[in-house]
Design a protein around this ligand. Structure first.
Ligand SMILES: [Zn+2]
Length: 470
């Protein structure tokens, strides 16, 4: 009897080991197969799924290597370093050890190997490289930013930098709290998981654009309340900021299509949402819901194929870069203190300069072609203290119409007096001026601030309406 039991135990023991082995093999198999399913293939050639589990400590370390290497012979790319580890760990950064990254850096610095030679046999390296580039690709690079002048801290000066140009979504000096809440279940409407990151804070806290891009969606949504969606210029990232403040949710200069720069104030923290009725506070704890969606293919934008990633570690990484803001007591609007020049904004505007007038509240009858190179030069000239009249849209309209009347040049008085220019519409970005009087061939002049949408940005004429023929 005793012997029998022992044999039985022996068999059970072996069975247990076999089952563990088998399930481990099946698990490995499923894991490999599941990544394979997300890999691009010839017929469906885009990534179908990404789990973003890179820890903020690994991001910190890789970022520091990248920035430090800019003055060295061997340039290191932080996304490549992370993609190598992603491929090594199967995406699971709980396996991360500082030494693993240090070893890779050592190999690259020795110049005996390159990223290409090191990864040539790593089956999943290209997958992780594309996935992580899609998430982090707009974060690091060259840019210009204002800083306080050393001689006079009241003054600001522009400096060129290389490094992190993305910002934490909560403005500097405003407290918030958060925890890793991605995937937690929510019950409003129907049962679903939480596809974002909540940052608890005071109502009215300025919300800042993480990355530069354009406003793709704005308005009420029964889950998100007042929400704003900003698409990166490469169209791969959709940033979603929700539950914004009742009555005054957004920066008033914004509309669909507006360009925002990383660090700009886009709206204000609140507790709207969870209601089909517009402008309703139905969230108990005021917070920003921040979401980041990846779009490898436009078919993934809406519906069951959406990819939202866990932003908790990303937010911890972004904490080092917060945009300082100041309140305009007249408009109650918050504005950034230190402006940025992000090269991706210029590239986007140059590509779109021909249809730049499409965002106007009214469309001009005649478009005026814009040469962004000239506009940039003019802005630089104004920044250096020349031609301050370009900051005054009425003056810009007066000069424009005067030049149409006297194309050979203006001697003495302008043919259009300044008093005849009436501003019909004005925002940080757009102005429409009406020309009164009987001598003018132009009735309305349409202008845009193409470089900077604040007091220091020059106005450029992008179109006009001629006087109606009687
Ligand atoms: Zn949320």
């Amino acid at each position: 009897m005793i012997k029998k039991i022992n044999i039985k135990h022996g068999i059970i023991g072996e069975l247990v080991i076999l089952i563990i082995l088998a399930s481990f093999l099946i698990y490995q198999n499923v894991k490999e197969n599941s990544i394979d399913a997300f890999l691009p293939t010839a017929e469906k050639d885009y990534i179908k799924w990404v789990d973003f589990d890179v820890s903020h400590t690994a991001m910190d370390k890789a970022y520091n290597y990248d920035v430090e290497s800019q003055s060295e012979e061997v340039k290191l790319n932080w996304i490549e370093l992370l993609a190598f580890l992603g491929a090594r760990y199967g995406g699971d950064f709980s396996k991360y050890k500082e030494k693993h990254m240090a070893d890779l850096v050592e190999r690259l610095r020795s110049k005996k190997e390159t990223m290409e030679s090191i990864t040539k046999d790593m089956k999943y390296y290209s997958y992780y490289l594309e996935a992580y580039t899609t998430i982090l690709g707009g974060f690091v690079g060259e840019y210009e930013i204002q800083v306080p002048s050393e001689t006079n801290p009241e003054e600001k000066v522009w400096v060129k930098k290389y490094g992190l140009k993305a910002f934490l979504p909560i403005a500097k000096n405003f407290p918030y709290s958060d925890y890793d809440d991605f995937g937690a279940s929510r019950s409003y409407g129907y049962k679903r998981v939480h596809l974002g990151h909540d940052m608890m804070g005071q109502v009215g806290t300025p919300i800042v654009a993480v990355e530069s891009g354009y406003v793709e969606a704005m308005g009420w949504n029964q889950y998100g309340g007042w929400r704003i969606g900003i698409r990166s210029f490469d169209k791969k990232r959709y940033y979603y900021y929700a539950h914004l403040r009742k009555n005054f949710p957004y920066n008033k200069s914004l509309e669909e299509g507006s360009i925002v720069k990383a660090g700009d104030v886009i709206g204000y923290l609140g507790r709207t949402g969870y209601s089909a009725t517009e402008n309703t506070n139905n969230i108990d704890t005021s917070h920003l819901h921040f979401g980041l969606q990846l779009i490898f293919d436009e078919s993934q934008k809406e519906g069951v194929n959406e990819i939202w990633i866990d932003c908790y570690d990303l937010i911890r990484f972004l904490y080092r870069n917060r945009s300082e803001t100041t309140k305009d007591m007249e408009t109650k609007e918050w504005h950034r203190v230190y402006d940025i020049k992000d090269p991706v904004v210029d590239v986007y505007m140059e590509e779109n300069s021909r249809n730049i007038s499409k965002d106007f509240p009214m469309k001009p009858q005649i478009d005026v072609p814009v040469d962004m190179k000239i506009v940039k030069n003019e802005q630089e000239s104004v920044d250096q203290g020349h031609s301050p009249w370009m900051l005054d849209p009425a003056y810009v309209a007066q000069v424009f119409v005067s030049q149409i009347i006297s194309p050979e040049g203006i001697k003495g008085e302008y043919p259009i007096p300044y008093e005849d220019v009436e501003i019909l519409y004005n925002s940080d970005e757009n102005t429409i001026a009406k020309i009164n009087g009987s001598t003018t061939p132009v009735r309305r002049v349409y202008m845009k601030r193409l470089i900077r949408q604040d007091k220091t940005g020059i106005w450029t004429v992008v179109g006009y309406d001629p006087v109606e023929q009687k």
